[in-house]
Design a protein around this ligand. Structure first.
Ligand SMILES: Cc1cc2nc3c(=O)[nH]c(=O)nc-3n(C[C@H](O)[C@H](O)[C@H](O)COP(=O)(O)OP(=O)(O)OC[C@H]3O[C@@H](n4cnc5c(N)ncnc54)[C@H](O)[C@@H]3O)c2cc1C
Length: 438
């Protein structure tokens, strides 16, 4: 089981055509330099593509590490844990292609699933919730919670719905059924999910980063972008400035919404409104290591955490680690608590499900609270009521000088994924290259 296994996908045209179509060699205005802000996967991949075309660039990252929402934890278990992205959603994606080309080991996630429903662990629910997104007719905008209630799902489904919405990084009262359904129809990377034997971070670190490592500047948080000048200038929190021909912003949507970067002149109201119309909710992953396994591979429907998953799936190791995947309103509730209280609440819930075995076998825990990371501030973007074409407007370039990439900028259904972030970088670099060409 994984975040999308509730659903079946309609298969559409592949976005991978992008990478093949756009990068034929052509002469560029020299010397040209692109400043990339943010060393998450979008920024790193943009640099990788520019490197291939011989265009100068720098990747300027505010944190002390690169990778953004790709991050690994070593030493906690006898295998590497994925603290951010873990699943390859569809092997037809650009990332699947990179993995196969480089013979990176990954396996399909075929883990089993139980539901916590009315105080029991069930293999099958009386009614299936996945059809709410995929099958029933939807005429107008409504949230998943509203829609479920219209379809007669009672209160006992509350946390099953939270798990479904949490897959999309949202609470059930926030997720738009109509937009999410449209996005699912555009999804084109394949309907199976995979886990990397090493980690998602390692894939990028070993096969993309080596080409750009010397161009990454860490600990340089950009606070302003001045594009009134012929060559835009960007300045970090310590006053260090960088000059280039184009600026490609690959920061999380929360950073643009909260105006952490000052644009000179200010971004126009319509574009700022588009940033603000793309929600990104809170999110945490908590890893619970146990001396003995007593749990199912996926447990859906808890009131503290609606989705637990066995972190060992796809890994070569023996340690027993259960991951609590906490999104939406559950993440909002837990996020401000001390880590010890978060762990306590999860263990109490598992004790209730498994007759006290969680507290008996708990060895240690790790809490990764993405909401509290100052340069991320949440999990990933989702679509709420009224999002309309905000992603498209947000991603549009400004004055041929500012460009935008990152998962939230993907308008064709692959937002909130690693491969969506990569595809958005491909599109932006393609546009930059066309402008730099004679
Ligand atoms: C808990 C969790 C689980 C997930 N699970 C999956 C999964 O299983 N599969 C999947 O495909 N996707 C998953 N995702 C989503 C995936 O991780 C993201 O979509 C993707 O990594 C986003 O990449 P990005 O480059 O757009 O943004 P980011 O990775 O957020 O990179 C943005 C970078 O910008 C930097 N930055 C911010 N502000 C500034 C500034 N002012 N100056 C300089 N730098 C700045 C940040 O530090 C960061 O490094 C998950 C995400 C989370 C949080």
């Amino acid at each position: 089981m994984d975040r999308r296994s509730f659903l079946h996908y309609a298969l559409g045209a592949t976005g991978l055509a992008l990478i093949n179509a756009s990068f034929d060699r052509s002469p560029y205005r020299e010397p040209s330099k692109v400043l990339i802000v943010g060393a998450g996967v979008a920024g790193l991949f943009a640099g990788y593509l520019l490197q291939q075309k011989g265009i100068d660039f720098e990747i300027i990252e505010g944190a002390a590490r690169y990778g953004g929402r790709l991050k690994k934890l070593e030493g906690f278990a006898d295998y590497t844990l994925d603290l951010g992205a873990a699943w390859l959603h569809g092997h037809r994606s650009i990332v699947g292609k990179i993995a196969r080309k480089n013979q990176v080991a990954y396996t399909e996630d075929q883990s089993d699933l139980v539901y916590w429903h009315q105080g029991k662990l069930l293999k099958v629910l009386p009614r299936t919730v996945k059809d709410l997104i995929y099958a029933y007719p939807v005429a107008k905008e409504c949230s998943l919670l509203e829609y479920a209630s219209k379809q007669g799902f009672d209160e006992s489904y509350k946390y099953i719905l939270e798990a479904l919405a949490g897959d999309y990084g949202a609470g059930a009262s926030e997720l738009s059924v109509l937009s999410t359904r449209k996005e699912e129809h555009n999804w084109s990377s394949g309907n199976r999910d995979f886990r990397f034997e090493a980690s998602y971070f390692d894939l990028i670190d070993q096969h993309i980063v080596p080409a750009v490592r010397s161009k990454i500047r860490l600990n340089s948080r950009i606070v302003s972008v001045d594009y009134t000048l012929g060559k835009p200038q960007i300045i970090d929190q310590q006053g260090k400035s960088y000059r280039g021909d184009k600026v490609l912003l690959c920061v999380p949507i929360t950073v643009l919404q909260q105006k952490d970067i000052r644009f000179i002149p200010a971004i126009d109201a319509q574009k700022q409104a588009a940033f603000e119309a793309i929600p990104m909710g809170p999110g945490l992953k908590v890893f619970l290591k146990f001396k003995q396994s007593f749990y199912h591979q996926n447990i859906v429907g808890g009131s503290v955490c609606a989705a637990y998953a066995d972190a060992c799936v796809g890994k070569k190791g023996k340690d027993k680690v259960l991951m609590a995947f906490i999104m939406g309103e559950q993440a909002a509730r837990l996020s401000d608590l001390p880590e010890s209280k978060i762990v306590e609440a999860l263990v109490a819930e598992l004790d209730n499900m498994y007759q006290g075995k969680a507290s008996r076998w708990l060895e240690k825990a790790h809490v990764e609270n993405w909401t509290k990371q100052p340069l991320i501030k949440g999990a990933y973007s989702y679509s709420s009521k009224g999002i309309a074409n905000a992603r498209f407007l947000a991603a549009k370039s400004v004055d041929q000088k500012l460009f935008f990439a990152g998962e939230a900028m993907h308008s064709d259904g692959h937002h909130q994924t690693v491969h969506g972030a990569v595809e958005s970088a491909i599109e932006s670099v393609d546009e930059i290259l066309k402008q730099l060409a004679h």
